[in-house]
Design a protein around this ligand. Structure first.
Ligand SMILES: Cc1cc2nc3c(=O)[nH]c(=O)nc-3n(C[C@H](O)[C@H](O)[C@H](O)COP(=O)(O)OP(=O)(O)OC[C@H]3O[C@@H](n4cnc5c(N)ncnc54)[C@H](O)[C@@H]3O)c2cc1C
Length: 494
């Protein structure tokens, strides 16, 4: 197996898009097959050598950044093994790029509906973080598309699990390995919020055991192969950028579009795949890429919808009525009806997080952003809290994201230590508010190393200890993904 030790060569593995500094490791291993990986992990476990698993390195929470030990990169597990057109299933290795998978599915008339938006992420990374994207408004997050996982556990043992095969119905339910060993999983008592959620381990009485390994951030196993559910590619999708003079109009527009999309009868023909928000500062970043963004706009909504035949006209009509009702710039609304234009809009939307990450890097501090989602009834309360605190602080920021799911990312962009401290305090204030409103501290990016304090706000210290017990049941020597999700203290390591 290829193992690289030259620090100049492996330095890139000590970074992700969190801009968290100080990562270090002795070496990076590049296994090419599951047997070699299994042997390697077995030996590391015997020597109690920490292993950080590396996917595409696009994570935002420092979770693939090692603080000691070795890195295992999945980049050589890059095969799309099978795409079954009739079965609406794909078997893929963990190192396949999201973009390659999407293109290959679409070439066959199929669709990976949840589509995490960052093209250079690995599919294994998206399962390990339970990623989602703008379209999770209609299609849901990664979790519901995962049918089977093949993994290497901390012991080196290979473990394969199918959805529906093992339900954890009791406080101590069992996972049975091929070797005959039984692992008792102590199910936690904490209750997950009823919103889109990727904070800590999925846990619920009666849950499918496969769900424990989705969103585990490389702390329970190394995912090697996955079977993912697909759907038929929609014949056509149209998308639109709608601009507003008053940000409050954009919030009301999004709220009504959300309600209409959820209406089972679809009486108005409105059925969004995604409803995305951009505040004034996010628009400033967009304007640098495209000067056509209206100068007097203080907010925008991007939406997408599947279009089909006669319904298309009715849907477009209803959207136009909604745009007009909420005082948007009707004459300056951008609509993409062709595949090419739609792709341009999608890239344009994606340019915002990319621009923010560039600023974070330039400023030299770690990424300070929220990944909060709250229940729909509390969302405006949360948005008002963001707006008030950001105005008072006067620190450069940009707010954008999945308003359809009551989940926007507040990005603070501190330029010095003083602003950094204030930004951290503001984020913690947002987290406390979200928890009080019944929300989550991470709806899609996970906890990693930068949001552990937030997870404790959500589940309390006992909740963290409950997660640590699950970890120790599967990884008694605590070698996998050390420092992710909970601190070493929770594992009794210091
Ligand atoms: C511009 C930009 C936009 C983004 N937009 C979104 C978005 O819309 N939605 C969203 O959810 N995220 C988004 N992200 C975040 C990121 O793309 C996701 O978190 C993604 O799932 C990370 O995948 P990765 O392969 O890069 O993982 P990495 O960053 O390499 O790792 C992430 C975590 O997964 C673990 N891991 C990786 N591979 C495996 C494996 N095979 N087995 C076990 N554990 C593993 C790592 O140890 C680590 O804990 C965005 C990022 C960027 C830079």
């Amino acid at each position: 197996m290829l193992i690289k030790k030259d620090q100049d060569v492996i330095r890139g593995y000590f970074e992700d898009s969190s801009n968290l500094k100080g990562g270090h490791a002795d070496s990076v291993a590049f296994p090419e097959d599951i047997t070699a990986l299994s042997e390697f992990v077995k030996e590391a476990n015997q020597n109690k050598l920490p292993i950080t698993i590396s996917g595409g390195g696009t994570g935002t929470t420092g979770s693939r950044i090692p603080f000691g030990g070795i890195v295992v990169s999945l980049e050589k597990f890059n095969k799309i093994i099978e795409i079954s057109e009739g079965g609406f299933r794909a078997i893929v290795q963990a190192g396949v790029l999201v973009e390659d998978f999407k293109n290959e599915c679409e070439r066959k008339g199929l669709f990976y509906a949840c589509y995490p938006t960052e093209k250079t992420a690995f599919l294994g990374g998206t399962v390990a973080t339970n990623a989602s994207g703008s379209r999770s408004f209609k299609y849901g997050s990664t979790r519901i598309y995962v049918e089977r996982l093949k993994m290497v556990l901390a012991s080196g043992e290979i473990y394969e699990i199918k959805r529906g095969q093992n339900l954890l119905t009791k406080k101590y339910s069992t996972i049975r390995l091929d070797s005959g060993q039984e692992i008792k999983i102590p199910l936690p008592a904490y209750k997950m919020p009823k919103v889109k959620n990727s904070a800590g381990y999925f846990a619920r009485t009666g849950m499918d055991a496969i769900d424990l390994f989705i969103g585990q951030e490389g702390t329970l196993s190394i995912i090697v192969e996955m079977e993912l559910g697909l759907t038929k590619k929609p014949p056509k999708i149209f998308s639109s950028f709608v601009f507003f003079k008053e940000y409050s109009d954009s919030w009301n527009f999004a709220a009504e579009a959300r309600t209409l999309s959820k209406d089972k009868n679809k009486a108005d023909g409105i059925d969004a795949l995604s409803i995305e928000y951009f505040d004034e500062n996010a628009l400033k970043l967009l304007r640098q890429k495209n000067s056509a963004v209206p100068k007097d706009a203080s907010a925008a909504i991007f939406f997408e919808q599947e279009a089909a035949g006669a319904d298309e006209e009715r849907s477009v009509d209803s959207w136009l009525k909604l745009i007009s009702k909420h005082n948007a710039f009707l004459d300056n609304t951008w609509v993409a009806m062709t595949e090419k234009m739609r792709e341009t809009f999608t890239q344009f939307r994606h340019a915002i997080p990319e621009s923010i990450n560039e600023i974070v890097k330039r400023n030299g501090f770690r990424k300070i952003s929220t990944d909060i989602a709250v229940p729909e009834s509390k969302f405006l309360d949360m948005m008002r809290c963001y707006a008030g605190a950001l105005k008072r602080a006067g620190i450069e920021h940009a707010v954008f994201g999945h308003i359809g799911e009551c989940h926007v990312h507040v990005n603070l962009l501190p330029r010095d230590e003083k602003e950094l401290k204030i930004s951290e305090e503001i984020c913690l204030k947002f987290v406390k508010k979200a928890v009080a409103l019944g929300g989550t501290v991470s709806a899609e990016h996970g906890i990693g190393k930068t949001r552990r304090e937030y997870l404790e706000e959500m589940y309390g210290h006992e909740g963290i200890l409950e997660m640590a017990r699950i970890k120790k049941a599967l990884d008694p020597n605590c070698v996998l993904g050390l420092d992710n999700i909970f601190p070493k203290e929770a594992l009794g390591l210091v």
